[in-house]
Design a protein around this ligand. Sequence first.
Ligand code: AMP
Length: 281
Amino acid sequence: MIVIHTARELRKQIQLKKTSVGLVPTMGALHTGHLSLVKRASEENQLVIVSIYVNPTQFNDKKDLENYPKNLDQDLELLQSSSENIILYAPENDDIYPDGMVPKNFDFGSLALHMEGFSRPGHFDGVATVVEALLKNTTPTRAYFGEKDFQQLTIIKELNKQLKLGVEIISCPIIREKNGLAMSSRNQLLSPKDREEAKVIFKSLEAILKHAEKWTPHQMKQFFIAEVENLKGFKVEYFSVASPSDLIPVDHIEQHKMYRIFVAVYAGKTRLIDTVELKRK
Ligand code: AMP
């Protein structure tokens, strides 16, 4: 596996190979969820670029950035054993922010207003700034993103459209731990007890789906809060039912329309997010 730190070096490598390129952007501390994206990218492209960059401008909380797990040696090992044709792109700040560490301003309309956009002001400007730079630096055929960050995925599709980047954006399903908890680098920050108890998030969402025909979003939210906050140290930040196309939360569910549930929960100091499609019969 080749490890590269600059876009210039990267371009040389890509030109040398002249192949289809799949990009998998990550912030490192890799787990099986990330590796599912890498696997899909290596099935569909001749060359895979995995980027590892913890982007400071998408963290609205300095402590969260400081505590974000980092483990480059282990990431290298995991990637090495996952596929042959991988370039690891670990850019320096200058490579992403040649004019200084400031995010650009984007207009994603309603897509960036609610849920993560509301809870983490400026987050999506930071995300879009780094993803634009990564897409421009790596010029991939396809780029792979997880549905775990469904709002981010939707915004990146919009970014790709607005900037006419012409990249095929591929969405990949959520990979979960055995107990149902969505895999996340942040799970490492949980105590063993919280990591086990955090299964309540997905278990409650599954229970809600069983009542999807009858319950209003308000009833779903009440149930979710009661289940999750029954556990010591767990606090619900938001519970929203929203259309997957405009990401605007709704109070009423209309038959024949598609919706997703979006949640953010604090388990102690660790913030976890999850999302499921609101399937009805
Ligand atoms: P991150 O390193 O958390 O920024 O994630 C990098 C990419 O991996 C994003 O596109 C995430 O949506 C995706 N990802 C993270 N966790 C999972 C998961 N459990 N299942 C599938 N994709 C994931």
